[in-house]
Ligand binder design. Structure first.
Ligand SMILES: *[C@@H]1O[C@H](CO)[C@@H](O)[C@H](O)[C@H]1NC(C)=O
Ligand SMILES: *[C@@H]1O[C@H](CO)[C@@H](O)[C@H](O)[C@H]1NC(C)=O
Ligand SMILES: *[C@@H]1O[C@H](CO)[C@@H](O)[C@H](O)[C@H]1NC(C)=O
Ligand SMILES: *[C@@H]1O[C@H](CO)[C@@H](O)[C@H](O)[C@H]1NC(C)=O
Ligand SMILES: *[C@@H]1O[C@H](CO)[C@@H](O)[C@H](O)[C@H]1NC(C)=O
Length: 206
């Protein structure tokens, strides 16, 4: 676009704003200009498009909350395809702590048991729900969310699809308390004292 030097500053500002909005609303995986992406120029066969890393995922007796991912990290054929999966396994009373996926919405389906799930929007409103087997819930892109198996007697299993080949993960407890942010900053931010912050940090070490 050619903008003459005589163009008014207000118009320039408007154009800049429109460009900025257009770019920020396209926070999706980039489109690729080939059918698919291979890690090198080598020819591939159907095996490249097959991932068997989740075989036997159906662990109905998990000891801890576990996530098995099939993103482009584990499954390179997903690069450029804007999709990925994760299998979530919850022991009785298991929690997937508050976290966000900065690059993807998440579409979760409960395959076994029940799950209490929720997310918080930018107005700090909580949207939570108790999901039964077969229920599907969508976590909007980038928002803080959690899942909890409130049933203390039965495991739960869910599968999540993501609108990105690599949606990314920011765990709220880990990002805030284990990345090395100054303890005074945390104490002031959480309206508490440094020993309390240190106690939380210690609990997150293992
Ligand atoms: C190309 O990638 C394939 C699949 O990852 C790998 O098996 C092969 O060794 C690579 N070839 C070269 C020349 O790097
Ligand atoms: C597909 O390619 C892989 C790796 O290059 C190879 O091990 C496998 O035998 C091939 N499969 C078929 C059906 O040709
Ligand atoms: C499961 O959690 C317990 C208690 O937190 C821990 O001791 C154990 O190592 C964990 N097991 C696995 C397989 O991660
Ligand atoms: C939503 O969360 C509140 C507060 O934790 C809880 O009392 C309520 O049962 C939850 N609702 C559903 C539908 O899970
Ligand atoms: C779990 O089991 C205990 C003891 O068997 C029982 O008292 C309780 O009601 C059960 N809770 C649920 C949610 O099924």
């Amino acid at each position: 676009m050619a903008i003459k030097s005589s163009t008014s500053p207000i118009l320039l500002l408007a154009v800049t704003l429109v460009l900025a909005i257009t770019t920020t609303t396209q926070a999706n995986d980039p489109d690729i200009l080939t059918d698919f992406i291979t890690p090198n120029a080598s020819a591939v066969n159907a095996s490249f498009f097959t991932y068997s890393g989740l075989n036997g995922f159906f662990n109905t007796d998990p000891k801890n909350f576990t996530v098995l991912k099939a993103s482009m990290i584990q499954f390179p054929a997903l690069e450029g395809q804007s999709v990925s999966y994760a299998v979530l396994q919850f022991p009785p009373a298991g929690v997937n702590p508050p976290h966000t996926h900065p690059r993807a919405a998440e579409l979760l389906i409960v395959l076994l048991g029940t799950l209490e799930v929720g997310f918080v929007d930018t107005k700090n409103v909580l949207y939570n729900q108790t999901l039964l087997e077969g229920d599907i819930f969508v976590f909007p892109k980038g928002l803080v969310h959690f899942q909890y198996n409130r049933n203390h007697n039965q495991s739960a299993i869910a599968v999540s699809a993501f609108g990105s080949a690599n949606g990314g993960l920011l765990s709220v407890p880990k990002s805030v308390f284990t990345a090395g942010i100054d303890e005074n900053v945390l104490a002031i931010s959480f309206k508490t004292d440094v020993p309390t912050v240190q106690k939380i940090e210690l609990g997150l070490m293992n």
